[in-house]
Design a protein around this ligand. Structure first.
Ligand code: IVH
Length: 692
C-alpha cells in the first residue's frame, strides 16, 4: 500500500474509533489496539510532514466535547494524572516527591482509581447548580440534569459535622466544586446488559463505557434508570470555608457535607506503606463491586502540594499506579481445532464469553498440542484468561480447585475436522500437527480467505462467511474461481441481493489489477511475506520472471535470502501450483509489468531517506505499531538489511514484546547495542544508534 493511502486509511480508522469511543461510548477495539493505530499515524506524520495535513485526528485524541451538550469552562483545570506502570516507577515518583520537599517527610493518601467518568459538580450556597464532564481538562460538557440523577449526589449540602474543630468546617461553603468519578457497579452493568440482550438492544462493552453512555443521554430520565453512582475524591474550587491543611481532612469534610467518599481511602505514613497499599489492591481489585484500574497516591499535606506544583499535564504531587493487564476467570466450554491455509491444525479454547481489558473474549488460541498439555486445560475447567500485551486473548491456566472430579485430559483429534476427515500428522520433533490432504476443503477455504484479505488482494466485501458459503455450494474450489463468478450466482447466497451481488463481482474484478507484491503475498507461499514480496517485485517486475528465476537468483535479491528463495522455488515446482498459476493467467490477473523491473531495479522503491544504508538491524519480538514484516520493511525501505539472526555483522538488535532469549543473549555477548521501541523509532529517523 502507498504511504499516502496508509495515512489516509489510518486517519479514517482513527476518526471512526474516536467517534465510537468518545461520542457513542461503544468502542470496537481495545485502548491498546487504538494506541497502536494512533502511534503508527503519529510516526508516519512526523516522518512525512508533507502528507500530514492540518486535520490530523491524532492531534484530537482525548475527546473534543460532544456538541450535543453545552460547553462548560472549568474554573480550576481538571488535570489528569501521570502513571506509574510498575512498583519501580512508583518508588521513583515517591523519591522525586521527597527530593522536591528537601527531605521533609511526607504522608500520602492512597485512593482507589475508579474506572468511570470524571466529573466536576458545583454548589452555590449549598445548592447543586451544575455538573460537567472533564472534556479536555479546560472545557467539559454540561451534564447537570444527568448528574442530578446519580445516586448519592446531594441536591442540597448537609450541615457538616457540628463537632468539627474549626468553626468554618461546621458551615456550608459559599462555593464548592467537587471532583469525583461517576461509575456503574458491576452488578448494575450486568443487569443492564442482560436486559438489553433480552430485548435485542445494544449491549455495552464494559461498565466504564456504560457509565459514560448513560451520562451522555439527552433524556435525563434514561440516565436515572441506569442507577449510576459516584465517589468524590477531590475538592476543586472552594470559597467561604476554612482553608484545609490536608487532603484527608478535605475528604472528611466532603463526607460530612453528604458526598459519597470511598471507604477504602487510607492515610499512608511513608513510601513502604504506599507500596504495600498498591500491592494489596493489585491482588484484591476484584473484591470490589465496581471496577478499578489502579491506585491513586496523593501527597496529603496541601502546603507540600503547593511546593511541588504541577507540570502542564498533571500535578507532581499525585500519581496513578496502574495495574498490569487484567486477568479474569471463565468457563472453558470446549477445545476445538481449526485448520489453517497451510494445513496447520491449531487448538483453541471456546470460552464462556468474558469481559477482559476492554472487550469480550469468547475464544483464545491454545497454539498446539504441547501447549494444551503444558497448561493442562480441559473442557469443563474454570480458566484464567488475560490479554497478552493487552491485545490478544490468552488462556493462562486452569483453576484447579474448581476442576470437576470426573475431568479427563483433552486429547488432540486424530482426524481433520473437515468432511474428508483425513488422518492428521505430527512429524517427530515438531510442535505442529498438520492435515496433509491438499484437497482438504477447510484448507482450501482458508486459502481463499487469505487471498481476499486486506494484506493480500484486498477484495472489499468478500469475507469468511461469503467464502464458506461459496465453497459449500461448490461455486469455488480455489481463488482463481472467484473471477468467473457472476452476480446471478452470488445473489442467491444468504445475505445478498442483486445490488450487493453486483458490488461484490465488481470488487473481485477490480482486484485483478493489484500490484505484484500483493499477488505474490496472496499465493500464500511459506515464508514469503509482504516485505520479501515487495523486494522481489521491485527486482524482477513480473510473476513470470519470479517463476523463471532459480533459487540462487531469488536468494540474491536483497531482503530475500536462501530460506525464502528455497520455499518459493519449491512452491512453483509443484505441478498443481503451476496449474493454479495458469488458471490465474486465464482469469486475466495482472502478473506485473515487464518494463517496470528494468527501470527500477537496484534503486529504492520509495522516496524515504535511505538513512540505514549499509546497516544491519535485527528485530526480535513484537514492536508496538508494527507487524513482524512491517518492522523489517521499515528497515529495508530505508536501505538497511534485517536478517533473522544476530551475528558479528549486526549493528543493532531491536527488541519488542517477548523477544527471543537467544538473540538477546547473543547480542549481549557480542556487545551489540540493544534498542527498545523508542530507540527503534529514533534509529528510523536519524539512521544512527541512539545513545542509551
Ligand atoms: S485525582 C489532580 N483520584 O483518573 C487530580 N482521579 O488518570 C485529579 N480517577 O481523570 C484526579 N479515581 O477520572 C483522582 N481517586 C481518584 C481517581 C481518579 C479515578 C480518574 C479521573 C482522572 C483520571 C486520571
Amino acid at each position: 500500500m502507498e504511504l499516502a493511502d496508509r495515512i489516509a486509511e489510518l486517519r479514517e480508522l482513527i476518526a471512526h474509533h474516536n467517534r465510537r469511543y468518545h461520542e457513542l461510548d461503544d468502542p470496537e477495539i481495545t485502548d491498546g489496539e487504538f494506541d497502536l493505530l494512533a502511534r503508527e499515524l503519529q510516526r508516519l506524520e512526523a516522518e512525512h510532514p508533507d502528507l500530514a495535513g492540518p486535520d490530523s485526528p491524532v492531534a484530537a485524541v482525548g475527546g473534543a466535547p460532544n456538541t450535543a451538550f453545552s460547553p462548560v469552562v472549568h474554573s480550576v483545570r481538571m488535570a489528569s494524572l501521570d502513571n506509574a506502570m510498575d512498583l519501580d516507577e512508583l518508588r521513583a515518583w515517591g523519591e522525586r516527591v521527597l527530593r522536591g520537599l528537601n527531605g521533609v517527610p511526607a504522608r500520602f493518601v492512597g485512593e482507589l482509581k475508579i474506572d468511570g467518568v470524571a466529573i466536576s459538580i458545583r454548589y452555590e450556597s449549598g445548592q447543586y447548580v451544575r455538573a460537567a464532564t472533564r472534556g479536555d481538562g479546560t472545557v467539559g460538557e454540561d451534564v447537570t440534569a444527568n448528574v442530578a440523577t446519580v445516586l448519592g449526589i446531594p441536591e442540597v449540602l448537609a450541615a457538616p459535622d457540628p463537632s468539627a474543630p474549626l468553626l468554618e468546617h461546621r458551615q456550608i461553603p459559599d462555593l464548592l466544586e467537587v471532583r469525583g468519578e461517576v461509575y456503574l457497579p458491576i452488578a448494575t452493568f450486568e443487569d443492564l446488559n442482560h436486559a438489553a440482550g433480552l430485548s435485542g438492544e445494544h449491549r455495552f462493552v464494559n461498565p466504564r463505557n456504560a457509565a459514560a453512555g448513560s451520562l451522555r443521554q439527552k433524556d435525563a430520565a434514561v440516565t436515572a434508570r441506569r442507577r449510576l453512582q459516584m465517589w468524590a475524591y477531590q475538592v476543586g474550587e472552594i470559597k467561604g470555608a476554612a482553608p484545609m491543611t490536608s487532603h484527608h481532612e478535605s475528604l472528611e469534610y466532603l463526607a460530612g457535607l453528604g458526598f459519597p467518599v470511598n471507604p477504602e481511602i487510607r492515610l499512608l505514613d511513608d513510601l513502604e506503606a504506599v507500596i504495600a497499599h498498591c500491592q494489596y489492591w493489585q491482588e484484591h481489585r476484584h473484591d470490589l463491586g465496581y471496577e478499578i484500574d489502579g491506585v491513586v497516591i496523593k501527597v496529603d499535606d496541601l502546603a507540600q502540594r503547593e511546593l511541588l506544583g504541577s507540570t502542564s499535564r498533571a500535578p507532581r504531587w499525585a500519581i496513578a499506579f496502574k495495574f498490569p493487564p487484567e486477568e479474569r476467570t471463565t468457563m472453558l466450554n470446549d477445545i476445538q481445532v481449526s485448520v489453517g491455509r497451510t494445513g496447520r491444525v491449531t487448538p483453541f479454547a471456546v470460552l464462556e464469553p468474558v469481559f477482559v481489558s476492554g472487550s469480550t473474549v469468547a475464544m483464545a488460541t491454545l497454539h498446539n498440542e504441547d501447549q494444551v498439555r503444558i497448561k493442562d486445560v480441559r473442557p469443563g475447567d474454570t480458566v484464567v484468561v488475560r490479554k497478552a500485551g493487552d491485545v490478544i486473548p490468552e488462556v493462562v491456566g486452569p483453576v484447579l480447585a474448581l476442576r470437576p472430579s470426573d475431568s479427563e485430559p483433552w486429547v488432540f483429534p486424530t482426524r481433520c475436522p473437515c468432511p474428508m476427515a483425513s488422518t492428521l500428522q505430527r512429524p517427530e520433533g515438531e510442535a505442529n500437527t498438520r492435515c496433509v490432504e491438499l484437497a482438504c476443503p477447510f484448507q482450501r477455504d482458508q486459502r481463499v480467505i487469505y487471498w481476499a484479505s486486506r494484506q493480500a488482494m484486498d477484495i472489499d466485501g468478500l469475507g469468511e462467511r461469503t467464502i464458506t458459503q461459496l465453497s459449500a455450494a461448490s461455486m469455488i474450489a480455489d481463488p482463481a474461481d472467484l473471477y468467473s463468478l457472476t452476480a446471478d450466482q452470488v445473489e442467491h447466497l444468504e445475505g445478498f441481493a442483486r445490488p450487493s451481488a453486483e458490488k461484490l463481482i465488481a470488487a473481485i474484478a477490480e482486484s485483478r489489477q493489484r500490484p505484484l507484491p500483493r499477488l505474490l503475498t496472496a499465493l500464500g507461499i511459506k515464508h514469503l511475506g509482504p516485505a520479501a514480496a515487495a523486494a522481489l517485485s521491485q527486482r524482477l517486475g513480473t510473476l513470470d520472471r519470479v517463476i523463471a528465476a532459480d533459487a540462487a537468483e531469488l536468494a540474491a535479491v536483497e531482503g530475500v535470502g536462501p530460506v525464502i528463495a528455497g520455499s518459493i522455488r519449491a512452491w512453483f515446482d509443484v505441478s498443481s501450483n503451476r496449474a493454479f498459476i495458469e488458471k490465474l493467467r486465464a482469469a486475466e490477473i495482472d502478473f506485473g509489468d515487464p518494463e517496470r523491473a528494468a527501470t527500477t531495479a537496484g534503486g529504492a522503491a520509495n522516496d524515504l531517506p535511505q538513512v540505514l544504508e549499509g546497516m544491519t538491524v535485527v528485530v526480535s519480538g513484537t514492536l508496538p505499531g508494527y507487524t513482524r514484516d512491517g518492522a523489517i520493511e521499515a528497515i529495508t525501505s530505508r536501505g538497511g538489511k534485517s536478517p533473522g539472526s544476530v551475528s558479528a555483522k549486526t549493528d543493532a538488535l531491536v527488541v519488542g514484546d517477548a523477544p527471543g532469549a537467544s538473540k538477546v543473549a547473543k547480542a549481549e555477548q557480542l556487545r551489540i547495542p540493544i534498542l527498545d521501541a523508542a530507540g527503534f523509532e529514533k534509529l528510523l529517523v536519524r539512521g544512527h544508534i541512539p545513545s542509551q
